[in-house]
Structures are given as structure tokens and as C-alpha cells.
Ligand binder design. Structure first.
Ligand SMILES: [Zn+2]
Length: 265
């Protein structure tokens, strides 16, 4: 019964997100799959956590659009999320919902699930709200150095604050809605910290090994490949070519999980 409700809910939400241009076709199909696993196996508590991430991220991508317009050429993708982005942000969470089916009494799957969502939520909030910072961000690997807004690896006070807030919201819901009912304030702090750590790890990868390209026409660094927003072919500048933004998002969630489980257990 729960599985059937899960499938129906996943289809409805993915379809609405597709109609609202928050997801493209491949993104909507992948979201249906991930939503089915999380809603169908996990249940309503799991659904609320996933939807909190999904709805706030989609809403924040739309907010302050004017301020972000100028930065669009830097990011690899627009606000319409595709399969790669959905998997990058949600595969880890779906994996832990799957573990819950095998270990229904354990609270580890729930904490892993919450930590992965706390991390990707922290990262998304930081990206979307960090642009409001009045001054250019600092490079995470060399804090004395300032980089252009929107540069991967740049961190700011606003961005880090948004990250902490994004992580703590998911952590709070994780404690309040815990299926085992045994989570405490210490778990709230643990998941918040894990989420923040995941998003900082995301920035660290962005500053070091994430694939970066260069547009010869605009003379600018970008994540976009093979074509820049202007239509010019971008050239590889630095980083591992396979490590695109989707894998960095996946690593962000995985790092959050690793921190939560390493400290918590
Ligand atoms: Zn260009």
C-alpha cells in the first residue's frame, strides 16, 4: 500500500516540477524513480525531508533571479534540473532509504539519509543565497585570495551562513520526525555539522579537482562543457575531466554521510 502511494506521490510531484520547469524530462523521470524508493520504502517522514530539500532548492533557484542572471554563464546548468543533477543530489538518500528496508529497527539508515540531504541542502542554499553577499567570496584553499562571485570553491559569510541554516533545517526535521523517535539535540548538532562539512567539501573539490573550463570568447572560467552560454566551445583548464558538477554534488552528500556516521557511531 505504502509502495503504491509512494509511486503515485512521486509521479505527481515530478510531473508538477516538470510543468514548473524545475525539472526537465530526464530529471522528472529520475526524480520519479528516486521519489518512489524514498516515499515507497521510507514513508511519510522520509518524504517530508526529501520534499523540504526539493521544494526549498527549487524556490531558491527562482528567487533573486535578477541578481543571478549575470552568473548564469558560470554554472554548468540552468535552474531546470536534469537526471545527472537529480542523481547527484538524491542517489545517496535513496540508497539509505533502501537500507531501511533491510534494517528497519536501526537508526543508522535514517541518520545517513538525513546527513546526505543536509549536505546537499546546505550546498544548494549556499549557492543560491551566497550571491547576496555584498563582497566577492574568498577561495576556500587560500582565504586571502578573492574570486569572482559564482566561482566554484569560493566561500563567503552569507554563503556559509546559508549553508549552516540549510543544514540545520534538515537536521531539525530529522530529529522531530525520526521514525524511531529516539533522536536528540546531540543528533541535531551532529547532522547540522555533517551537512556543513559536506558543503565545505563540495567547495574544496570545486577549488581543486573539479573539471573547469575556459571560454576563449568571453575569457572566463566556467563549468560549462562542451559549449559555453555564448555558443563557443570551452577548453579544459584544470581538474579531473570526469569530475563534473553532478559527481561533486554526489561527493558532497557522501562526505556528509561519512562525517555523521564516523562521529555518531
Ligand atoms: Zn563564452
Amino acid at each position: 500500500m505504502q509502495l503504491i502511494c509512494g509511486i503515485i506521490l512521486a509521479i505527481i510531484i515530478s510531473y508538477l516540477a516538470y510543468r514548473a520547469h524545475s525539472l526537465n524530462k530526464s530529471g522528472a523521470l529520475t526524480a520519479t524513480l528516486i521519489g518512489t524508493v524514498i516515499f515507497g520504502i521510507g514513508g511519510w517522514q522520509w518524504a517530508i525531508l526529501l520534499l523540504t530539500f526539493f521544494i526549498t532548492s527549487s524556490a531558491l533557484s527562482r528567487a533573486f533571479r535578477n541578481r543571478k542572471q549575470a552568473l548564469r554563464e558560470k554554472y554548468s546548468k540552468g535552474h531546470e534540473r536534469d537526471a545527472g543533477q537529480v542523481l547527484g543530489n538524491g542517489a545517496m538518500a535513496a540508497l539509505f532509504a533502501g537500507f531501511h528496508a533491510f534494517y528497519p529497527e536501526s537508526m543508522i539508515p535514517w541518520i545517513g539519509f538525513a546527513a546526505s540531504l543536509a549536505a546537499v541542502n546546505a550546498d544548494t542554499w549556499a549557492t543560491e543565497l551566497g550571491v547576496l553577499n555584498p563582497t566577492p567570496p574568498h577561495l576556500i584553499t587560500d582565504l586571502r585570495k578573492r574570486v569572482e562571485k559564482g566561482t566554484s570553491g569560493g566561500i563567503s559569510l552569507w554563503g556559509t551562513g546559508a549553508s549552516l541554516l540549510g543544514s540545520s533545517v534538515i537536521a531539525l526535521l530529522a530529529v522531530l520526525l525520526s521514525p524511531t523517535g529516539t533522536l536528540t539535540t546531540a543528533h541535531w548538532l551532529l547532522i547540522t555539522f555533517a551537512g556543513l562539512a559536506g558543503s565545505l567539501f563540495d567547495s574544496f573539490l570545486g577549488a581543486t579537482v573539479q573539471a573547469m573550463y575556459y571560454c576563449p570568447t568571453d575569457k572566463k572560467e566556467t563549468e560549462k562543457h562542451p559549449l559555453h552560454t555564448c555558443g563557443t566551445q570551452t577548453v579544459h583548464l584544470r581538474g579531473w575531466k570526469w569530475l563534473n558538477n553532478d559527481w561533486v554534488n554526489f561527493a558532497c552528500g557522501a562526505f556528509g554521510v561519512a562525517v555523521a556516521l564516523a562521529i555518531g557511531f
